[in-house]
Design a protein around this ligand. Structure first.
Ligand SMILES: [Zn+2]
Length: 199
C-alpha cells in the first residue's frame, strides 16, 4: 500500500520529520540549491512497484503514479506556478536499453493534467552515473555536475519544476537545480514520486 509522506514535513525537501521541527537534519546542515519540493509517497511503501515500473517495463504503473502526483499534490503544484516541467534525463544508452525514461512518464502526466509545458529538450545527461558508488561525497558531487548539460545557453524560464521518481540524497536534483539557476532560472522546485525518511 502506498503511504503518503505524513506531516510534519521538512519545509524544504518535504521529508517526514519529527514534530516541532521545520526542516530536516540534511536541509538544516546544508540548504539545498532548489527552492523546495514535495514527494508523494514514503519510499519503502512503493519500493517494489517502482522497481517493476523501472526495470520490468511496467509503464502503466508510471502513468498511474504520475496521475496520482498530479492530483494529490495539485495544491503544491499550483503554488509553484511553474512555466515548465523538466524530467531528470537518462543517459542515451540507458534510455535505449530501458526504452523509456521513468521520470519523463511521471512528468508527462503532471504536465498534461496541469497544462504546464513538458521540456524534455532542456537537459541532457552526458555521463552515466553507475560508478558513483565507489566515490566519496565530494567526488560524487563533482562527477554528477559533469553528468548533465543544458541544451541551450539561456534557459529563459523563471520557474521550473524538476521531476524524478525517487529522492534519495537529493544530489541529482540539487545538481540540476544549480545548473538551471546558473543558466537563468530563478526558482527551481522538485516533485518526486517517493522519498526516504528524514531525521
Ligand atoms: Zn529536508
Amino acid at each position: 500500500m502506498p503511504l503518503i509522506v505524513p506531516a510534519p514535513r521538512c519545509s524544504i525537501c518535504g521529508k517526514a520529520i519529527r514534530k516541532g521541527r521545520n526542516t530536516c537534519h540534511d536541509c538544516t546542515i546544508k540548504r539545498p540549491e532548489y527552492n523546495y519540493g514535495r514527494a508523494l509517497y514514503e519510499y519503502r511503501s512503493v519500493q517494489d512497484s517502482i522497481s517493476r515500473f523501472k526495470n520490468v517495463g511496467r509503464v502503466e504503473y508510471g502513468r498511474f503514479y504520475g496521475r496520482q502526483m498530479a492530483t494529490l499534490l495539485a495544491e503544491e503544484i499550483g503554488k509553484m506556478n511553474a512555466e515548465a516541467i523538466v524530467p531528470v534525463p537518462l543517459h542515451r544508452d540507458k534510455l535505449i536499453y530501458r526504452g523509456y525514461n521513468q521520470a519523463a512518464i511521471l512528468a508527462k502526466e503532471i504536465s498534461d493534467y496541469h497544462n504546464i509545458p513538458l521540456r524534455e529538450d532542456l537537459l541532457i545527461r552526458v555521463r552515466k552515473s553507475e560508478d558513483q558508488k565507489k566515490l566519496d561525497v565530494f567526488q560524487r558531487q563533482n562527477n554528477l555536475k559533469k553528468a548533465f548539460h543544458i541544451a541551450q545557453n539561456d534557459v529563459k524560464l523563471k520557474d521550473i519544476i524538476v521531476v524524478d521518481d525517487v529522492y534519495t540524497t537529493g544530489s541529482t536534483i540539487n545538481t540540476i537545480s544549480s545548473l538551471l539557476k546558473e543558466h537563468g532560472a530563478e526558482n527551481v522546485y522538485f516533485l518526486t514520486l517517493a522519498i526516504g525518511k528524514g531525521m
